[in-house]
Design a protein around this ligand. Structure first.
Ligand code: ATP
Ligand code: MG
Length: 372
């Protein structure tokens, strides 16, 4: 079931007393979530992720705009008639009910034609429990389950009615790091098996990148970029997106374009044909540095951290936006740890230029790199 958001906007009255201002939590969202895909809604705290999800579920109604499931306009339908499965951050299971009863719960209140026999309910409950691999835990109470298992009960409960759309709001935030990793793989597997169109909200870029078919990066109620995770990483439209994706984060420098070359400090560090002259913000991904004895970017070497396959070089530069520049290079590279300086060349496809005022991307034509 595809989900279409048409010029969707949600405003809240400002919380400050006496103010007539409004907070625009969701500002003119206009995009389509393709059928059967898992999309990640990604952005910092307060950017409007939960509001978007609650608009799709029907718990909130929009200030303006429409929501369609397939060709079905659901904007005025109450949540219970939309056929959505919801899992919240605090996935309150009923503590006094067993796993079986928790999963059965949504089936027991069906009315009219939708009403199920006991056998039908049991069958659906079992198939949802199997999907999340909890069929051996049916008689336990939530308190007797691990966090990850409780999470899976919540997912089974959201799936038991076979929703048209599955909505997950930071479903992993209560889990420890290992369980998070494991459960997100499981969500991916369940989504692939059921092919339910799924919206997954998170502020964790790593999580969004690893499980989504498509990510929507938001800031302050505004969609910044939509695309496959790798595409958005490789081709960010602005500085916000470039900074938000990637660990370690992108390195930022004050730079200047002069006669088709990028200057950092006094050094011409990269040909950037086609970029107009003027000050720019230059972003270099950690993997965008090439260690080179006569490389044009001269940094002060702080330390070298060996991480097995790779080496992380921590250095500094007066034009850098942060105290530490992090570059990741292959472990086969020998860094002279006793030297005060380290020199780099830059990879043109890992270096991005941004407008200093707006943060918008400035494109340039990457030159074929000659063999170093
Ligand atoms: N009921 C409300 N009344 C007033 N303002 C609200 C209401 N709900 C949300 N907001 C505001 O709307 C904005 C978006 O909130 P939302 O909960 O969607 O953010 P979020 O991206 O889910 O953040 P988080 O990652 O912290 O959960 C925030 O500025 C928030 O303060
Ligand atoms: Mg939220």
């Amino acid at each position: 079931m595809k989900v279409v958001l048409q010029h969707l906007t949600k405003q809240f009255p400002s919380r400050s007393k006496g103010s007539r201002e409004v907070v625009t939590a969701v500002d003119d969202f206009d995009f389509e979530i393709p059928d059967g895909k898992l999309i990640g809604l990604l952005g910092p705290s307060g950017c409007g992720k939960s509001t978007t999800l609650n608009l799709i579920s029907g718990l909130l109604s929009p200030t303006s705009g429409r929501i369609l499931f397939g060709d079905d306009d659901v904007t005025d339908l109450p949540p219970e008639n939309r056929g959505v499965g919801l899992v919240f951050q605090n996935y309150a299971l009923y503590p006094h009910l067993t796993v079986r009863q928790n999963i059965l719960f949504p089936l027991q209140n069906l009315k009219g034609a939708a009403k199920l026999t006991k056998e039908e309910m049991e069958e659906k409950m079992l198939s949802a429990a199997r999907l999340v691999q909890l069929e051996d835990y049916l008689e336990r109470k939530p308190a007797q389950l691990s966090g990850g298992q409780q999470q899976r009960v919540a997912i089974a409960r959201a799936l038991v009615k076979v929703p048209r759309v599955l909505l997950l709001d930071e479903p992993l935030s209560n889990l420890d790091a290992r369980l998070r990793l494991q459960t997100r793989e499981e969500i991916r597997r369940i989504q692939r098996e059921t092919r339910v169109t799924t919206v997954f909200v998170t502020h964790d870029q790593d999580e969004a990148m690893s499980i989504s078919d498509m990510i929507v990066v938001m800031e302050a109620g505004v969609v910044q970029q939509i695309g496959a995770p790798q595409t958005v990483y490789d081709d960010p439209v602005n500085l916000f997106v470039a900074k938000f994706l990637g660990t370690p984060p992108i390195n930022v420098f004050d730079g200047e374009v002069k006669d088709g070359a990028l200057y950092i400090g006094d050094d011409s560090v990269l040909p950037v044909a086609g970029a107009p002259d003027g000050p720019v913000t230059a972003g270099v991904r950690p993997e965008g540095f090439i260690l080179k004895a006569d490389g044009p970017l001269r940094c002060s070497l702080n330390r070298v951290e060996v991480m097995g396959r790779d080496v992380s070089v921590v250095s500094s530069h007066p034009a850098a936006g942060s105290a530490a520049i992090r570059s990741i290079i292959g472990a086969e590279n020998q860094v002279d740890e006793h030297s005060d300086t380290v020199r780099f060349a830059l990879k043109p496809n890992k270096t991005f230029l941004f407008d200093k005022a707006t943060g918008g991307r400035i494109r340039f034509a990457a030159e074929e790199r000659t063999a170093d």
